[in-house]
Design a binder for this molecule. Sequence first.
Ligand SMILES: [Zn+2]
Ligand SMILES: [Zn+2]
Ligand SMILES: [Zn+2]
Ligand SMILES: [Zn+2]
Ligand SMILES: [Zn+2]
Ligand SMILES: [Zn+2]
Length: 465
Amino acid sequence: MDQIKKFVIEFFKNLKCSVSLDGEVLVVENVPKSFEDLFGKESPYRLGFESGTGAIFVGKGSSLLAAMTKYLEGAGKTTLLKIDFDVDPEKEISKVLSLKNCEISNLVKKHKNNFFSRFTFMTTFRYLNESEQIVNEIYVHNGEVVDGDLGGYNVVEGDSDLSSGEHIGGDYDIAKVFLKGALQDKTSEISKVLGDKVEKEIERINLHYGNLLGELGGDLNGQLEKVKKLELELRMAEDSEKDGLRIRLDRLRKGLVKVGDDNARDKILKEQKFTVKDAMHKHSLGIDNKLVNTTVIYYPVFTFNLLLKGDGTSGRYIDMIYDPLTKSLNQVDCEGCGTRLNVLNLCSGGHICCGNCLRKCGECCEQFCVKCLTRSCSCCGKALCKNCSRMCLGCGKNVCENHMRVDCVSGEDRCVNCLRACMRCHGLSSPKFFGEAMDGSKVCQKCLGAERRGKVVESIFRDRN
Ligand SMILES: [Zn+2]
Ligand SMILES: [Zn+2]
Ligand SMILES: [Zn+2]
Ligand SMILES: [Zn+2]
Ligand SMILES: [Zn+2]
Ligand SMILES: [Zn+2]
């Protein structure tokens, strides 16, 4: 009964009628004229699934079901439906992700349509004098059969301009294979009942023809004996038994004529064969699958394009894809270590990372991910961002601002490891700029030069005197 009710509701919904329940009675309004004409009654319809409700009875053999069947035979049209979703991106995002050191500064919601097909099959099982109908609805999405139910969704008429029918052919083949599997249980159940019945029937037929052949065969004398015995019985029998005995006697006499007659034997065997074949045919199962409706259903799959911004960062765009049907939002992974993020951090270099992968630059104190913070000072070891690290042209290593000095001789920047202190002027300079002073100490070239100039000046003065 539920099957029928479901079928009726689905049928009228597909016809875009408004369907509602008034207690046990199904009220159907706005029925297309084409159906009203076929059924011969004007809508609204009040339909009852139990007899005696005062409504139009719907059940096996009812005129409404007959009209529906007839209508469907003419309607192979594809219906297009759209599932409407009202989605709040920020709400969906906040369910899977919290933003630690940044916020969404801009969000653009785009969508693409995702299509699936629904095939409604009406299967009729015909056997003996019965006919049983089953409705199956099969949903196919991305080449796979999926559990589908549009109940609870806001379904509206689709936009027929969309080119959406390209997958239907392939989907239909998939649905047909699935249908066969879905009917397997029912098919084998009926087949078993029929098989048992036909087995008994054939047994009965074979017994019957076996008897006939038995009467044909046998020895002539035995048969004559039987005839004589029956004739005697007939003479002495009560009137009420006479008819029966006469028939048996008659058959036996005819049998006498037939004894040894191969033609008669062949005839019986032929008849037996035919009767068995007929019994098997009567007990066969006819399955008829009819595609009553094809519906293409589509719904939007959203892409949320977010611009994340933290303090002093230039920002970072990320795309998150949200499927409202499966309620799934694609997850974001840490760009440092690859773990799935529940809490999102934005590094000043624009990377997305987990709390473990977020470090501070020892110089500017801004937050960076491990990918950005690869440099460190070769003198003090503090982690350095790209902006804060400086390269010593002497040794090629990275150093912090504090450990980079000016060579007092060449005026070039060098790290403190590449410089040596001059004991005379206390300046720093590359060891190659050191030389021996007159007192034997190693001093920088600046001090050496001063010493030499002092000598020259001294001699000038001495010459003048
Ligand atoms: Zn990480
Ligand atoms: Zn820095
Ligand atoms: Zn980074
Ligand atoms: Zn340093
Ligand atoms: Zn250096
Ligand atoms: Zn010096």
